[in-house]
Design a protein around this ligand. Structure first.
Ligand code: ADP
Ligand code: MG
Length: 597
């Protein structure tokens, strides 16, 4: 891996610190990974908030400023931000007229923004979801299309409208119109390397290209021989024009670099695209060419076409002043560095206060193995029941297992996703272990609270799809445990079922879609069917989880990032089902070791 980094886990923080230093017109809350304008917009105007995984710079933090966003939440590399973070930013940017959340259509982003909006008390939130990537067939996969290039154009156009004072509903419907009027298509010539994974997400031999690639290094729809610029222009233009009519009015052409392709090539490609569009009767009235929504150092490009109505065109031309996009009448950057606020947020000040119940500290030493399941000395409850100590042992054992299998989880995710599942789970479970380490008497806290807190910790630390889903699983299971200090097999089974139903509701998913549910649901069914002795039932559950996990290999993914691959997801085991099988195994181990006493 050839990268200018220190610790991969500290890269986002370092980059945000650098942004804060380089852009006095921004106020960067490094602790919470939120980029704000140093000078908030006037009271009574709608605020625009976006966010997403890091690795796409300048999007989104680079689009904070006059005429675009009011704030942007950065997640870990390719991992969506978490609800707490989004909620903090939502509350802070609200100027009394409501906040528009601009969300790209990825399961993780959608779920994390949704949870933040549900929790945003007292602030009116509207949401627009971008889903413009035509390489994903719209009707076939229920996750829908990925949000890519149109997001940048939408942030610019609606940003100008908000600046002029359009109200929240006006901004939302304009945003929806932009989202509906744009289409994108991308190709990749090389893979990027997620720093925590340490190796390229996919292999692409010399002379080949991925066609229909997303912005996370997800493999594309197919690989093809690398074409000339003219040929690539055709590969990008044709599916877009086949998907939507762009001949009936003025169009904006956005040729985007993925991070590793120089402007020289992008302008050359733009010229070829212009020629093809002219031939097809498309009137291009505005261009944007450059790396604006990148995928680390991936070489490649995407094309976004957007039909512009007169209102959209006027907003496009309006002045903008952000680190990533800047034109028109200069709105001078705020002269002062607004020292007070900067230092307040850099140390986690008012707006950055951690939500109640969140662990105060998380060990930065992510790779240090968490304490093992063996730590809790004895079962707390009656024989054959699960008490708080067994729950603690379960979570510690799960943390140990995801750490041991981090590389496997990441590699499975690299094949059909974005190479972050191992890092996500380890980051989340380390935070859970930090919470457990702080507990003085776990029995006093009880299984319900331990599970619920572990769940909220995952939601606030993981991001992506797995944060909200595993978080919901544990929160709902915890809630369903009630006040009992010890759970018998029946109570445990019904609590776990409540948790799994929570996953289905949050993920809008069911079994057979190649997800964690394909390990969890069979495990629960086997547990119920076995009845009687807890250890025997959990043996059956663990075996069923492993079988369910293995069965995902032959499935076509229809939820999560892997669904963008369509049939190409077949032949790969699902990373989430793999970690879910570890969760069940961990429960069996914890129960077996504590009930031996
Ligand atoms: P992301 O997909 O955001 O990168 P992770 O890589 O951590 O997040 O987690 C991916 C796993 O999440 C998938 O392998 C799948 O098992 C699970 N998953 C994704 N979307 C859903 C969903 N809608 N319902 C259930 N599980 C899902
Ligand atoms: Mg992933």
């Amino acid at each position: 891996m050839q990268k200018i980094i220190d610790d991969p886990t500290d890269l986002v923080r370092g980059a945000l610190t650098g942004m804060a230093g380089a852009h006095p017109e921004l106020d960067v809350d490094v602790e919470n990974s939120i980029v704000y304008r140093a000078t908030p917009k006037e009271a009574g105007k709608v605020a625009l908030l976006s966010g997403g995984g890091s690795g796409h710079e300048p999007m989104h933090g680079g689009f904070v400023g006059h005429g675009m966003l009011d704030a942007a939440c950065a997640g870990a590399v390719f991992t969506s931000p978490v609800p707490d973070q989004i909620q903090v930013a939502t509350t802070r940017v609200d100027r009394g007229a409501g906040v528009l959340h601009i969300v790209k259509n990825y399961s993780g982003d959608v779920m994390n923004f949704e949870m933040a909006a549900e929790a945003a008390d007292g602030v009116e939130v509207a949401t627009v979801i971008t889903a413009d990537d035509v390489s994903v067939e719209d009707s076939t996969y229920s996750t829908g299309r990925r949000g890519v290039g149109v997001t940048v154009l939408l942030e610019k156009i609606v940003g100008a409208a908000a600046e002029e004072g359009l109200d929240l509903e006006g901004c939302r419907s304009l945003a929806q119109r932009v989202a509906d009027s744009g289409r994108s298509m991308g190709v990749a010539l090389t893979s990027g390397t997620v720093p925590a994974a340490g190796h390229p997400t996919f292999d692409l031999p010399e002379g080949r290209m991925e066609v229909g690639v997303g912005i996370h290094g997800e493999p594309g729809r197919r690989t093809d021989d690398l074409g000339t610029a003219t040929e690539i222009a055709r590969v990008l233009v044709e599916p877009i024009l086949a998907d939507r009519d762009f001949t009936s009015g003025p169009v904006l052409s956005f040729v985007n670099g993925m991070g590793g392709t120089p402007l020289l090539e992008l302008y050359n490609l733009s010229a070829d695209i212009d020629a093809l569009l002219e031939e097809a009767g498309v009137e291009v009235v505005r261009h944007l060419v450059g790396p604006y929504i990148t995928s680390l150092e991936m070489a490649g490009a995407s094309l976004t076409l957007l039909s512009l109505d007169p209102e959209m065109l006027r907003y496009w031309d309006a002045p903008v002043n952000t680190p990533g996009l800047r034109w028109g009448a200069a709105h001078a950057p705020a002269g002062s560095r607004s020292e007070g606020r900067r230092s307040a947020s850099a140390t986690g000040g008012a707006a950055a206060a951690p939500a109640e119940g969140r662990p105060a500290t998380v060990s930065p030493e992510r790779r240090e193995a968490p304490p093992s399941a063996a730590r809790p000395a004895a079962a707390s409850g009656a024989p054959g029941t699960v008490g708080a100590r067994t729950v603690e042992a379960w979570l510690r054992e799960f943390a140990r297992l995801v750490t041991e299998h981090e590389t496997t989880l990441t590699d499975l995710d690299a094949a059909i996703g974005d190479a972050d599942h191992g890092a996500n789970m380890v980051r989340g479970m380390n935070a859970v272990v930090a919470y457990l380490d702080e507990l003085e008497d776990v029995d006093e806290v009880g299984p319900s609270t331990v599970l619920s807190k572990a769940g909220t910790t995952l939601v606030s630390k993981v991001g992506g799809a797995s944060g909200p889903l595993y978080g919901t699983l544990l929160m709902r299971t915890g809630k369903a445990c009630g006040d009992a200090p010890d759970l018998d097999a029946t109570t445990l089974a019904s609590a776990l079922r409540a948790g799994v139903e929570g996953v289905m509701a949050r993920g809008r998913s069911e079994t057979g879609e190649k997800t964690m549910l394909d390990a969890l649901v069979p495990a629960l069914d086997a547990f119920d069917a076995a009845g009687g002795d807890l250890v025997v039932a959990l043996d059956a559950a663990a075996a069923a989880a492993e079988e369910g996990r293995d069965a995902t290999t032959d499935m076509v993914a229809s939820k999560g990032r892997a669904s963008y691959l369509g049939d190409r997801s077949v032949g790969h085991q699902d990373p989430g089902a793999t970690s879910a099988a570890l969760l069940v195994t961990a429960l069996r181990t914890a129960v077996a070791s504590t009930t031996k006493e």
